[in-house]
Design a protein around this ligand. Structure first.
Ligand SMILES: Cc1cc2nc3c(=O)[nH]c(=O)nc-3n(C[C@H](O)[C@H](O)[C@H](O)COP(=O)(O)O)c2cc1C
Length: 170
């Protein structure tokens, strides 16, 4: 049923402090302008769920399509078994305000402190206040440059698509 909401944008979620972990997530949504807040639904079985519950922080990193093979790996293996950062081309770098790192290769990193957690069936919906952010060239005018190709999940499974720079006005 939820596939009816697709295509959805795809992000990377960083969690954990001593041994940071990265996982892929489609279920990320804006929640508030002031204070800036977003939410992310993380399955109960994910290692990320355990890490966010422990450290109450996470980073939402915005990849482009060039990072697709790492996005796929981060979304198909668990950090409970393997150190994903050592397998991937993604580089953890210090965040501005959090102990959880950001990702150098991503075009934006949104640093979130957990302010609420809601159990929603088989997922936990973590509500995060965005306490800092860093941006790459894709956001240098404070809005997305659509010549950059962001990752979009076409549906459940191994098919992805991306945005075009074609614009429409109502
Ligand atoms: C494109 C894509 C999107 C995904 N979106 C989500 C999501 O929004 N929430 C979720 O809990 N899992 C999602 N997953 C599954 C997790 O990324 C996957 O189970 C991952 O291995 C969990 O890693 P971890 O155990 O290290 O936390 C997605 C996977 C892929 C490939």
């Amino acid at each position: 049923m939820l596939e009816l909401l697709y295509p959805l944008r795809t992000y990377l979620i960083v969690s954990g402090i001593e041994k940071p972990n990265v996982m892929t997530a489609d279920w990320v949504t804006p929640l508030s302008f002031e204070p800036p807040m977003l939410g992310v639904a993380i399955g109960h079985k994910r290692y990320t769920n355990k890490l966010i519950k422990e450290c109450k922080e996470f980073v939402v990193a915005v990849p482009t399509i060039e990072l697709l093979s790492d996005v796929w790996i981060a979304g198909t293996i668990s950090g409970a078994k393997e150190d994903k950062f050592s397998k991937l081309k993604l580089t953890p770098i210090p965040s501005k305000k959090l102990k959880v790192p950001s990702i150098k290769e991503c075009q934006a990193n949104l640093e979130c402190r957990v302010v609420n957690e809601v159990e929603t069936g088989d997922h936990t919906f973590f509500v995060g206040e965005i306490v800092a952010s860093t941006i790459g060239d894709a956001f240098k005018d404070q809005k997305p440059d659509l010549s950059y190709r962001f990752v979009m999940h076409a549906g459940f499974g191994k098919k992805f698509t991306t945005n075009s720079d074609e614009l429409f006005s109502p």
